[in-house]
Design a protein around this ligand. Structure first.
Ligand SMILES: [Fe+2]
Length: 363
């Protein structure tokens, strides 16, 4: 299955590729404002999104990659040389990605940016901003290099079979597809031009800066996520890594996880907790559920349920300074041990868990 989608605001083409049998799918260059359309398309066709590819870190639109990952669990894939953070897969030249039995091959085509990548699937080339229909991407910002672009296009793309279809990252004249022979023979910037002639053409384009460059480039370095979503994604990743490591070290039961967590954190008894709270200068966190908190809690405790800890952390001002003392409690000391371990993983250096929890406190 193959679809070409268009974002009229930025003249961007997005592509959906899917394997009919396994229903595994990938997007190339999704745009953040079309997230709902993408999710509906996946649902309508019963597809499971496996990859969200970027041909490069875009300057003209914000990617939907990070949001698609949040909604579908798809892996975000950007070139190793793209300078992007929070990426699941750092693409290298020659990498092969599988959707069922379908192969998608990455071809490094630097020049528009150092991390530009084209993708080859069956007889189709997705050339991003490297090769356009009758043109090519500009090379005057974001680490652009006209000589490198000439080499990439002439040596890596023009050497593909003549009838390979070329699907670009943009078109400004409502053209949808070209082919390698057509571009090799008629592209005004490249056809029968020497490297020097091409560099000369590219250095005299005098184009204005893209309208969204100041927003798009920083956002795209983080898969298109805004600042809050970024914090959440970083935290989620760290927590996932910790849990994964703990599960590898132990069995997989909750009790094992609690026991392991207790080896890594510091517990205090109710009497010590009481003294610390009296002395002040310690943040008290109740990590039980809202209903438990409502039924009774220690004075001045801030509610931060274990299940949403990573999501809500940044909303609690007292937790902004990671070196400040934090005391966490739950009902009996299990959840708070896990929560304490999570906070430590996230960089908190002075975390205590109340042994025996609220029950022990009450006694
Ligand atoms: Fe671009």
């Amino acid at each position: 299955m193959f679809k070409q989608l268009f974002d009229p605001a930025t003249w961007t083409y997005t592509y959906l590729i899917a394997d009919d049998e396994s229903k595994e799918a990938a997007f190339i260059d999704p745009v953040n404002t079309h997230l709902d359309t993408y999710l509906n398309l996946l649902k309508e066709h019963g597809l499971k999104l496996i990859f969200s590819f970027e041909t490069h870190v875009h300057a003209d639109h914000i990617t939907a990659g990070g949001l698609l990952r949040q909604h579908t669990g798809a892996k975000t894939c950007v070139s190793k040389f793209g300078g992007a953070q929070l990426v699941d897969v750092e693409i290298q030249d020659g990498d092969i990605f599988m959707l069922g039995n379908q192969q998608i091959k990455a071809i490094a085509t630097p020049g528009h940016t150092p991390g530009c990548t084209s993708f080859l699937w069956q007889d189709r080339l997705f050339s991003g901003d490297s090769l356009f229909i009758g043109g090519c991407g500009r090379t005057d910002f974001q680490g652009g290099d006209a000589g490198a672009l000439y080499d990439a296009i002439t040596q890596r793309l023009f050497t593909l079979p003549d009838d390979t279809l070329v699907y670009p990252g943009h078109d400004y004249q409502q053209r949808h597809v070209s082919c390698i022979a057509q571009e090799r023979n008629t592209n005004p910037r490249l056809a029968f031009k020497t490297r020097e002639q091409f560099i000369e053409i590219m250095s005299n384009l005098n184009l204005p800066a893209p309208r969204l460059i100041d927003q798009a480039v920083p956002a795209n370095r983080y898969c298109g996520l805004d600042e809050n979503e970024r914090v959440r994604a970083i935290e989620m990743r760290e927590v996932e890594n910790t849990l994964c490591m703990m599960q590898m070290q132990s069995g997989t039961t909750g009790q094992d996880l609690v026991a392991l967590a207790k080896q890594n954190i510091t517990e205090v008894n109710a009497e010590t907790a009481r003294k610390l709270l009296q002395e002040g200068n310690i943040t008290l966190i109740d990590t039980r559920e809202e209903s438990e908190y409502a039924a009774g809690h220690i004075d001045n405790a801030t509610l931060l349920p274990r299940g949403v800890l990573e999501f809500k952390l940044s909303t609690i001002p007292e937790l902004a300074d990671k070196s400040k003392a934090v005391l966490i409690y739950c009902r009996t000391g299990g959840r708070s041990a896990l929560a304490a371990q999570t906070l430590q993983t996230l960089g908190y250096t002075n975390v205590l868990s109340l042994a025996g929890g609220f029950e022990s406190w009450n006694k």
